[in-house]
Design a protein around this ligand. Structure first.
Ligand SMILES: Cc1cc2nc3c(=O)[nH]c(=O)nc-3n(C[C@H](O)[C@H](O)[C@H](O)COP(=O)(O)OP(=O)(O)OC[C@H]3O[C@@H](n4cnc5c(N)ncnc54)[C@H](O)[C@@H]3O)c2cc1C
Length: 363
């Protein structure tokens, strides 16, 4: 019997396997894919704190500007923290690190059922050898947004936004985000520079129509897609736990989930090492570290859902506070930007009011 069975060899699963193997636990990790990281659904845009964890060698691009478009105009934010990483290599590097610490990895192996018993957890697996049951003391669902483990535990699913991305054969100079809710009612569309390619994508209703309209004359190198979970769920039940997208830990404002996938695994690995009530300890570790920001981020998303389409109210305010936003802005901690906006708005309000008035007169 293994100490820990990890389901999913994405960044969350490989990182937690690496951490636990390093601490001396007997870890098995399974993934239904034939090769780790392939196919890849992700754009790979992260804050540099992710690169500090996974390594500079994975960086493909360093955009320094993000242009945000709305129906009443656009504004530009600058940041020296943005990085685009090679997501396939990232998954493969983390899986290799886990294996080098002793994790036993099986690919083309799909988990179909998870049942907690008195003598451990029984996990039903389908592989090229047929069906089998394996047992472990702890099970970790790192199986992404449509998690089978989560469903088996009876934990409610987060809202899942279907997302589509095309990679184009041309360079791009900056990140471009289009917040026009008339085009993308649930989220936004994007363009991200990635070396010699530009990644264009959109999430939610209309995503296919929107992405197709963004292609222009450029050659499409590849098409890919995936689900973005919106809203954190429970972190587990009994001795079965969820990390990363399986627990809905992507940021609800941007859809970015790589940092949370890594940090939630760190929090869980420490809890398993400490023993006792692992679930309680995992919750404590997670909400004491990055989990609180994921909760805040979800609340900000709910606020945006209500007010984002009132462009003439917030665009002038944001436009008049750009330099401050550039100074405090942090894509992993959007609450910092919100706090800055709340506390500095009296300073910027006179200028913003002019903008609000002129936008209202012209609309
Ligand atoms: C279009 C798109 C663009 C994105 N862009 C960004 C971005 O730019 N920056 C960012 O930070 N985040 C981005 N994300 C989010 C990011 O990709 C996820 O947050 C991240 O992949 C979560 O990692 P994970 O390990 O939790 O899950 P995943 O990466 O989804 O890994 C789950 C693994 O589990 C395996 N699996 C699933 N079910 C089973 C099963 N039953 N049995 C065995 N194996 C199973 C899968 O094959 C997969 O390998 C994007 C997401 C989408 C959809």
């Amino acid at each position: 019997m293994y100490d820990v069975l990890v389901i999913g060899a994405g960044p969350a699963g490989s990182n937690v396997s690496y951490q636990l193997s390093k601490k001396g636990f007997r870890v098995k990790m399974v993934d239904l894919k034939e090769r780790v990281g392939i196919p890849n659904h992700c754009s790979g845009l992260v804050d540099r704190r992710v690169v500090d964890i996974v390594g500079e060698d994975l960086v493909i691009d360093r955009p320094s500007e993000a242009e945000i478009s709305t129906p009443i105009g656009s504004f530009s934010l600058s940041s020296h923290r943005m990085r685009v990483v090679d997501r396939v290599l990232l998954d493969q590097k983390l899986a290799a690190m886990a294996q080098s610490e002793g994790t036993d990895l099986s690919l083309m192996t799909m988990v179909t059922d998870v049942r907690e018993g008195s003598d451990g957890i029984n996990v039903h697996i389908k592989s090229k050898n047929g069906f089998e049951t394996t047992r472990a003391r702890f099970v970790i669902g790192a199986d992404g947004p449509a998690s089978t483990v989560r469903r088996n535990l009876g934990i409610r699913a987060p809202k899942l936004l279907s997302s589509l991305q095309f990679d184009l054969a041309r360079r791009s100079e900056k990140v471009k985000i289009n917040l026009d809710r008339r085009r993308t009612p649930d989220f936004f569309s994007w363009e991200i520079p990635s070396g010699n390619e530009a990644e264009i994508g959109a999430s939610g209703t209309n995503s296919e129509e929107v992405v197709r309209s963004m292609v222009g004359k450029d050659r499409v190198v590849r098409r890919r897609g995936g689900l973005i979970p919106i809203g954190p769920t429970q972190l587990g039940k009994g001795n079965s736990f969820l990390i990363g997208d399986a627990a809905g830990l992507s940021k609800s404002t941007t859809g970015g989930g790589l940092y949370a996938a890594l940090k939630s695994g760190d929090a869980l690995a420490c809890a398993i090492q400490n023993g006792g009530n692992v679930l309680q300890e995992y919750q404590r570790n997670w909400y004491g570290s990055f989990g609180i920001e994921i909760r805040r981020d979800y609340n900000i998303r709910k606020l945006l859902d209500r007010y984002e389409k009132h462009y003439n109210l917030w665009v002038p305010l944001v436009s008049s506070s750009i330099s401050g936003i550039n100074a405090v802005g942090d894509v992993d901690y959007p609450s910092k930007t919100l706090l800055y906006m709340l506390f500095s708005s009296p300073l910027h309000f006179p200028k913003a009011l002019k903008g609000i008035m002129s936008k209202s007169l012209h609309s």
